[in-house]
Design a protein around this ligand. Sequence first.
Ligand code: FAD
Ligand code: UDP
Length: 400
Amino acid sequence: MRALISRAALDKLEAARPRPTRSRSASPRWDAVVVGAGFAGAVMAERMASDGGKRVLVLDRRPHVAGNAHDRYDAAGILVHDYGPHIFHTNSDDVFAYLSRFTEWRPYEHRVLAEVNGMLVPIPINRTTLNRLYGLDLKTNEEAAAFLATRAEPVARVQTSEDVVVSAVGRELYELFFRGYTRKQWGLDPSELDRSVTARVPTRTSDDDRYFTDTFQAMPAEGYTRMFERMLDHPGIEVRTGTDFKDVQHSLLWDHLVYTGPIDEYFGRRHGRLPYRSLVFRHETLDQERALPTGTVNHPDEATPYTRVSEFKYLTGQSHPQTSVVFEYPSADGDPYYPIPRPENRALLDRYLALAAETPDVSFVGRLASYRYYNMDQVVGQALATWRRLKDVAPAVSRR
Ligand code: FAD
Ligand code: UDP
């Protein structure tokens, strides 16, 4: 029997038919969703796609990939780092070999001078620093060590960032180089910060004036962003920038989540806010070929509102008739850049880590999600290790 219904009526019925809304069940299911396209997120995504054959969605709320390592050509055509100078250094063969799949390198050893008593002297404090500051002629490491021994103040238990420096170089050099810088950078006195913070900057008795002494010290030849683009350029990876996880999580399905944002934010700050320190970056292009005598000049005095100035052309090796610099102004508000290592924050972190341990279908990776003062290479190492573990336990990872 033929149905007695007109074309127009059929169209009307079709128009009135309920459409499937974009619900969780209508969304594609991702093997993994990665929150954050910085080192932690990009390495995890690359490994899961290339090594694990997974389909991965990467989200970042910023309009770009590469996280804090993001670089770009400014209006003058100079390659700058949006979020302050990023110098790559590592002692890890594995990390260097892994990243070398995505970039060529330009060897670069960073050097920093500090403006102290109207002079520019090397930091880390070394033999040259002592000779210039005190008008000495210390010729050997032993002579420098003996001089420092006359200044150093023994500290029974080295616990704080003040203890580390005072016990190595004494109070005068501590006040000249560390107290003001640290009070500005962290909004805290060094005596309120874990020793690991100022211990990042060693004291030397040699005349080695490099900021880092790692085996590998080099910059990605075409910049960080280009390296990230290559890492993420895989048929198994889709990247959505300008997308906050919070806004889209209810419309997505996944088997595993990799979260690289602040760990307290993931858990709705239910135990309270973990403090992160921020910075305001003032970028400037100058009509001259060179601005500074070295890659970075530190300003440890408290009267100067910024901590350091860096000139990008040293880092990148770019030739250009103009030059671009960045000033760093510490700030309590703004993007979370630095976890703040001190005992009360560690106690709060432990409560969030306990929640993370009960959430096995989420991997917390990176500087913000671990709340650890990690350098780039440490984040890459952590992400590679996380993937190795995940790969082994993958079948056991709970399914949503
Ligand atoms: P990030 O790079 O912070 O990436 C996390 C990403 O997650 C961000 O892009 C963020 O937008 C995104 N995100 C967070 N929450 C969400 C959400 N809800 N939805 C979507 N996206 C989200 N290291 C060195 O080795 N050498 C250096 O010289 C050096 N210099 C530094 C200078 C400064 C001023 C700073 C702040 C850091 C420096 N570092 C340096 C450290 C380096 O930046 C970090 O180790 C590294 O970038 C951390 O990578 P990550 O992926 O853990 O975090
Ligand atoms: N620091 C200082 N004076 C300096 C350089 C560093 O007091 O001239 C202290 C300060 O507390 C700083 C910490 O050492 O935050 C670590 O310095 P680093 O250069 O590693 O800081 P980052 O590059 O991570 O900002």
